[in-house]
Design a protein around this ligand. Structure first.
Ligand SMILES: [Zn+2]
Length: 464
């Protein structure tokens, strides 16, 4: 039997329309005003917005931190449950191999983590942590397997590659019009700064952001964009966090370069005074890049508003405070990097972006869903409510009020960096491929998330 969502307002990046939406099986079959009920089961959604299911293009749902012993607090099951409960119906997780592992093996490993264990749909960015002939020849293979985007690192000794290797990878990815995202921080400088503070006995979380000041990010962003310019590849900058980096982006665009920029909710609503909290609380906010100044926050919002920033994803990477973050009690450099966030992104951006008048709901749809779908080859299957697309639909109630709390969150981690923050608006119900998977902030479905096989359609890439 089909489902008829009646009386809501459908929102896309382009605008909003008061129309009914009919779902048949996994697909949206009809959109129009006053659709006949026929044999459909009717759901009255008047007073609500119908938004395309949100896509989080930057998660580490299940990860070993590379130091051998620390795994994330969440896994595919708990992370994806938290995602769908609040409106995120697809994630692009970071598949990260260990040294010496082929990309194909990494893909098998990630499929093993996700298959049958996910409440939301998923795919991966394949991380390239070393560069050689074998890895190079696997780029095409990955794209044929539906993995059309890649990730590289300019920091972290166990993950980073050289500039020349990044250039070679870009050249290879460009052959197929694939997408590359990079973690931009100058790894040498980060190492140097950490060593300096440790040597000086400056070991509290206060020093974490000081090891990665804005120049460390901005230099890497600038260098990465120059390399991408040489390679002629439109690239993605993940988790951009500073005003200086955004200035580098604007310079690149002014000279005609095509590129994409992602930021994360934590850089928009939290700032670096949190590192000075009592009782080692600062450790909760240890992530890289770190939280920034209020001034940076303002400039990032301007970027979100004027279109310089294309997407907002979370960099969700959850470690418990007790037992994991506390490993760095005597030395900030031993605190595992990362924060949970896959659950809270929609409500935070709605509350602090839309209800404050900074952005429209249309722009929120673009930042959290439509723009991501277009950039990462998921469009028009996902990212939009239109005939023929997956029925991934968030019934958004603008009138609810809430408070984010570690006690009530769905994520399986012992804190949230947004604890105590008040929110407005929330997902009243969530549909994933035509099936209601969440209601009133709770996941009500089985683990039916599927791997999304992506295909590169050249026309879908339209960077500003
Ligand atoms: Zn990340």
């Amino acid at each position: 039997m089909s489902i008829l969502l009646k009386g809501g307002i459908v929102v896309s990046a382009e605008g909003r329309r008061k129309v009914d939406v009919r779902i048949d099986g996994e697909i949206i079959s009809e959109i129009g005003t006053n659709l006949a009920i026929d044999n459909s089961e009717v759901e009255d959604v008047s007073g609500c917005y119908l938004l395309p299911g949100f896509i989080d293009a930057h998660t580490h749902l299940e990860l070993n931190n590379g130091k051998g012993s620390i795994g994330t607090a969440d896994n595919f099951t708990t992370g994806s449950r938290a995602a769908v409960a609040k409106g995120t119906t697809a994630v692009i997780d970071m598949a990260t191999p260990s040294k010496g592992t082929s990309l194909k093996q990494c893909l098998t490993d990630w499929n093993r983590l996700a298959e049958g264990n996910s409440f939301c749909d998923y795919t991966y960015h394949m991380s390239i942590i070393e560069w050689n002939k074998a890895i190079s020849s696997e780029i095409k293979e990955m794209i044929d397997e539906g993995i059309t985007s890649f990730k590289m690192y300019m920091a972290y000794d166990n993950l980073r590659t050289t500039d020349a290797e990044i250039f070679e990878a870009m050249t290879e990815i460009k052959k197929y019009n694939g997408m590359l995202g990079i973690h931009c921080e100058n790894g040498d400088m980060v190492n140097e700064m950490i060593a300096k503070f440790v040597r000086e006995g400056k070991l509290t979380p206060h020093y974490h952001p000081l090891t990665r000041p804005d120049s460390v990010e901005a230099e890497a962003v600038e260098r990465y964009l120059m390399i991408a310019d040489l390679a002629g590849l439109p690239v993605n900058i993940v988790h951009l966090s500073t005003a200086r980096s955004l200035a580098a982006v604007r310079r690149a665009r002014a000279r005609g370069q095509k590129l994409f920029v992602e930021t994360c909710p934590q850089y928009l609503v939290l700032d670096d005074h949190l590192y000075d909290g009592p009782d080692f609380e600062g450790a909760k906010y240890v992530c890289s890049p770190p939280l920034r100044s209020k001034k940076d926050q303002e400039v990032l919002w301007e970027g979100v508003m004027d279109g310089s920033i294309d997407t907002i994803s979370t960099d969700h990477c959850s470690f418990n405070f007790e037992g994991q973050k506390t490993l760095g009690k005597d030395d900030f450099s031993k605190i595992p990097n990362g924060m949970p966030g896959v659950e809270t992104r929609p409500e935070l951006i709605y509350t602090y972006g839309v209800t404050t008048g900074k952005i429209t709901l249309e722009r929120m749809v673009e930042l959290l869903s439509e723009g991501i779908a277009k950039q990462f080859h998921l469009f028009p299957q996902k990212g939009i409510i239109q005939k023929g697309s997956h029925a991934d639909i968030v019934i958004w109630n603008p009138d609810t009020k809430g408070v984010i709390s570690a006690k009530t969150q769905i994520q399986t981690v012992d804190y949230t960096p947004f604890d105590g923050m008040e929110t407005k608006g929330s997902a009243q119900a969530v549909y994933l491929r035509g099936k209601k998977v969440a209601e009133n902030g709770q996941c009500i479905a089985e683990m039916e998330g599927k791997f999304i096989h992506r295909k590169i359609v050249k026309e879908s890439i339209n960077p500003c």
